[in-house]
Design a protein around this ligand. Sequence first.
Ligand code: ZN
Length: 75
Amino acid sequence: MDCKETLKNLWMLLDGEIQDKDQHEILDHLAHCWHCTDVKDSEERLKSLIKQKLEYKKAVPSELINAISQIVYGK
Ligand SMILES: [Zn+2]
């Protein structure tokens, strides 16, 4: 698996929506590719940050939540 493929599957991996076989290939790639590991780490940080922020949901306007979700999840 190359960098392009790995990064394409990264979100699915972080969301736990990936097949065992693919997961193995991605982790294998991450083990020797600092670039993808770097991207994965920052995505993970971003995800936990968003999760933290969402816990304060009531204090945050829903338009902002939607805007962030759109940027992060592309939905
Ligand atoms: Zn890579």
